[in-house]
Write a protein that binds this ligand. Structure first.
Ligand SMILES: [Zn+2]
Length: 250
């Protein structure tokens, strides 16, 4: 069986002498594990497209239940991301989260567009990394079925003063309603940060990044979306740890 599809390379692992095993997010068939034979050989036509974060057209064939790459051509290389170690680290985190959230062999067009939009933003748009990160984390969680309830306080139903997000419950509440929400951590969010979260969760995905926040509010939002993702998914990410190491003041 053959299939030609657009795909993003989420992960690459070297295998044997000259092969790679790739995790692709394909437009047609969702997440697939494929082998790219000979792609590490000098002069291989597959060398350039079979790298992490490449977006391109892949012709795949299936033999005895395993997929392999027959042909591939890169359409976007995201050079601006590859040439900047911080951006590359953040993009690798996006890829790791996408790999975790993408369903096996089921198309996930919204998740794929989200990833591509965020890679594009890191590549060529002049947006703060914290903004792209927060938008990616919160939208990815929303698309994967972990949408937080942000319309009003989950306890009193009013627009919260001093709003907070309860990480494990995934609900908004007022500081004064804290005792009614249950145990676990809840984190503060600024009123402007809350507006940005509503924009990310409920807004048009094409305008995902069309919000503005002051640097401090943006940092707070990015910490919050990161903690929300890690709490809901009950895990950490090596790629995120690496990104944060790079960001630490030296
Ligand atoms: Zn309340």
């Amino acid at each position: 069986m053959h299939m030609t599809t657009m795909a993003v390379v989420l992960r690459e692992v070297s295998y044997k002498e000259s092969d790679k095993i790739l995790t692709l997010l394909t437009g047609q068939a969702g997440k697939l594990t494929v082998s790219a034979r000979g792609c590490r050989r000098r002069g291989s036509q597959l060398a350039a497209p079979c790298q992490q974060l490449i977006y391109g057209e892949f012709t795949l064939y299936q033999f005895q239940g395993r997929w392999s790459v027959k042909e591939a051509s890169a359409q976007r290389q995201f050079r601006g991301v590859r040439e900047d170690i911080e951006k590359l680290a953040l993009a690798a985190y996006f890829a790791e989260v996408t790999e975790l959230l993408a369903p096996e062999e089921l198309p996930a067009p919204e998740l794929m567009s989200l990833l591509l939009n965020c890679l594009h933003a890191l590549d060529v748009l002049d947006k703060p990394a914290a903004q792209v990160k927060a938008a990616f984390e919160l939208k990815a969680m929303t698309l994967a079925g972990y949408e937080p309830l942000l319309d009003a306080c989950a306890v009193c139903g009013r627009q919260p003063e001093q709003p907070r997000l309860h990480l494990s419950e995934g609900v908004l509440h007022c500081a004064s309603c804290r005792d009614e929400v249950g145990e676990g951590i809840s984190m503060p969010v600024s009123p402007a940060g809350l507006e940005a979260m509503r924009h990310i969760v409920y807004g048009n995905p094409k305008q995902l990044l069309s919000f503005r926040l002051e640097e401090a509010a943006l940092g707070q939002l990015s910490d919050l979306t990161e903690a929300y993702l890690a709490t809901q998914l009950e895990r950490g990410f090596h790629t995120l740890d690496f990104y944060k190491q790079l960001k630490m003041p030296r």
